[in-house]
Design a protein around this ligand. Sequence first.
Ligand SMILES: Cc1ncc(COP(=O)(O)O)c(C=O)c1O
Length: 398
Amino acid sequence: MKVSKRIKGVEYAIRDITLYARSLEEKGRDILYLNIGDPVLYDFKTPNHIKDALIDAVKKDKNYYPASEGISELRNEIVSMESKKGMNLTRDDVIITNGVSEAISMVMASILDEGDEVLVPGPCYPPYSSYTNLFGGRTIEYKCDEDNKWMPDIDDLEKKITDKTVAIVIINPNNPTGAVYNENILKKIADLASSNSIYLIADEIYDRIIFEDNFVSISKVAKDAPLIMLNGFSKVYLMTGLRLGYLCMNDKVSNELKKELPKLARLRISSNMPVQYAALEALRSNDDYIDEMVSKLRLRRDYIIKRISTIKGLKCVNPSGAFYAFPKIDLTIGKWKSDLEFVKELLLETGVLTVNGSGFGREYGSNHFRIVYLPSLTILEEAMNRLEAFMHKRLLMQ
Ligand SMILES: Cc1ncc(COP(=O)(O)O)c(C=O)c1O
């Protein structure tokens, strides 16, 4: 029976790797899950006022199909927030989606034809590549330079723009590297998009999870570029399982796309209505919990970075935002053939589940692995002890 070629191009390493862990867990192994970026699984719970707004909406029968583009109040709030960051847009330019994930699929479905190219950061959060492939496009990784705090290499990006390039994707703060881009780099990327008349797709889902410098949105410097901004409520507002995000387009995006893309919103009817009221509450109410979360995460980041720095064979750039670390592995130490083999052996021997770097892009993600540092310090300490012992054993076997 037929299965499409397209579906075979779809990969999602972050969850695909869980299959190995589940089978071990069924055999009684104790697994430390450091693979999924879901704060609500750990000690960062959805704030009560957001949960109450959700329950209240359900009880008030806000359970019907709302407008496909989203409820007006929430879209207005998003216009006001994004305008403050520097974006020129109106309410018609905002579409509420079932998570940023759905926004990525809608954007790629609306801008790509067979053979079109999308420039994605190397390494990159996997759905950008998978959805590009699914809609007939091809991703080209541009280099993010590990020796320069994983900043995009502008020369490399510029060299990779061809007449088939349709869009440049940036993820800031970045998943998987935790890099936070400075204004100068953002301006150069925005200028490349505007001078080549290609879309700039910016994912700022971690915009308030920042440890050192102030966050600069690309909106501030991308006034002349056709900017498609993606953001959502999963990470900063601790609403992962509630599934809500949005996409918005600035005044340089063509009216044609603004007319065509919303058809996809109508096709899937709407996003979850009561959750839209919960999101409205999240944007309007006290958000001190975000600072508390960032303070806790900073301690966890400092702890794992310090531990990794003492483990021979691993090297890690200090992440400045989000909640991921992306260490480089000296594969010769364990004679591992690939980062995937390293991740599988680490799991099998120690029960510590991480994600293979190649799952974030073969060219620049290979020879790395991604650690999520959302768990408590006690769990992180146990995970680091096991990782250290694992590496030490391989060194002795050399
Ligand atoms: C960069 C980035 N974008 C989007 C998402 C998914 O967001 P959502 O939960 O809104 O679908 C993630 C989740 O890990 C992410 O890291």
